[in-house]
Design a protein around this ligand. Structure first.
Ligand code: ADP
Length: 347
């Protein structure tokens, strides 16, 4: 696959403050790159530079093999589309709103009508055509905004927190449309989100952006299960992070042996274990697991899940489906916790 976006030394400063530090990366044709990171990390600023809405302070962007310059910018922009977090629809009908992107590109009236009709059919939203945009729900409005971008047949799509204002049902629908666009039309997609689960659902590759830098770039599973450092681990929701040691071939902290570490030299190690990878029981946990006994400190139900902290040499956070545990747990209960050694990630 060829690179469709390639960036070298790209940075952005506002005044004296560098918001995006020099970045080097590329995106392959047909790929979905998800940029995740906390709010204020510089994700939107980066996306706006890639879409050539915002000039870079330094560095170079190459799109479709052509360098972005004042001269090339207009034509390159016409091959891309951007969907923002905030839905912006004009007080007109749905079909007029969708046709707008085409009017700017001087597409004939007849062709505009044809393409608007087709896109509404593809999205199974034909019955919305004559509705006023004012009557749409948040999710419907965002899907129409997406249609307005897609109707221009962009080869690269930038999506800036596209579901941040949507409820879970509307989020799923838009995610399905995003995946459909990628799979059917092979459109390259770069999407920003602060929702790590969305990153996992959509990404071919994930880039974790913290404080204006890509801290880790890789396949979703690698980023979520093998975070490169503590700040990535915290962002991707690893709740048990301990600074322990490797001694005699084992990773140890607080008197607990977490896993064998035969290839790691003795010394300090970060031990990471996801809360949902820990099993909880009132009885000793099966062989095949590391199993330690402890005492419940706090127990709290959140929707379908139990969030429990257990003191067992150190303080563990455990998350398990409420209906699967079968038991109730209250502060002071003696319990067993256990995990598979391959669930432990050492840095
Ligand atoms: P994210 O999308 O990750 O939430 P942004 O790219 O929106 O982050 O913002 C990154 C930082 O840049 C923030 O601290 C924000 O206040 C600052 N910023 C964004 N746009 C401007 C601007 N036009 N002028 C000054 N600062 C800005």
């Amino acid at each position: 696959m060829t690179d469709i976006i390639s960036v070298s030394g790209l940075s952005k400063s506002y005044g004296k403050k560098e918001i995006v530090h020099p970045l080097n990366f590329s995106v392959k044709k047909g790929e979905i790159l998800v940029i995740i990171g906390p709010s204020g990390a510089g994700k939107s600023t980066l996306l706006r530079m890639l879409d050539i809405i915002e000039p870079a302070s330094k560095g170079e962007i190459t799109l479709f093999g052509e360098k972005v310059t004042k001269h090339s910018a207009h034509d390159l922009r016409n091959r891309m589309g951007m969907l923002f977090q905030k839905t912006v629809l004009f007080d007109r009908t749905v079909e007029e709103n969708i046709a707008l992107g085409l009017s700017y590109r001087n597409v004939s009236r007849e062709e505009r009508q044809k393409r608007v009709k087709t896109i509404l059919e593809e999205m199974e939203m034909s019955e919305y055509a004559r509705r006023s945009s004012r009557t749409l729900s948040g999710g419907e409005g965002q899907r129409i905004s997406f249609a307005r971008v897609l109707v221009t047949k962009p080869e690269i799509l930038f999506l800036d927190e596209p579901t941040a204002n949507l409820d879970p049902g509307a989020t799923r629908l838009l995610e399905e449309m995003i995946l459909h666009e990628n799979r059917v039309n092979k459109t390259t997609i770069v999407i920003t989100t602060h929702d790590q689960a969305q990153g996992q659902r959509l990404a071919d590759r994930v880039a974790v952006m913290i404080d204006g830098t890509f801290v880790q770039v890789g396949p979703a599973d690698e980023v979520f299960y093998h975070p490169a450092n503590e700040s990535v681990a915290t962002f991707v929701g690893v709740q048990n992070i301990f600074t322990g040691v490797v001694r005699n071939g084992n990773a140890v902290f607080g008197g607990v042996v977490f896993c064998p570490a035969p290839r790691i030299p003795d010394g300090i190690v970060q031990i990471m274990l996801r809360a949902e990878d820990i099993s909880l029981s009132k009885r000793e946990i099966d062989a095949g697991h590391i199993s330690v006994q402890g005492r419940v400190i706090t127990s709290e139900r959140s929707g379908a899940f139990l969030h429990i902290t257990v003191e067992a040499g150190c303080i563990f956070t455990v998350v398990c489906p409420f209906r699967q545990t079968g038991d109730t747990y209250v502060s002071g209960d003696r319990v067993w916790i256990g995990w598979r050694t391959d669930a432990v990630h050492l840095v």
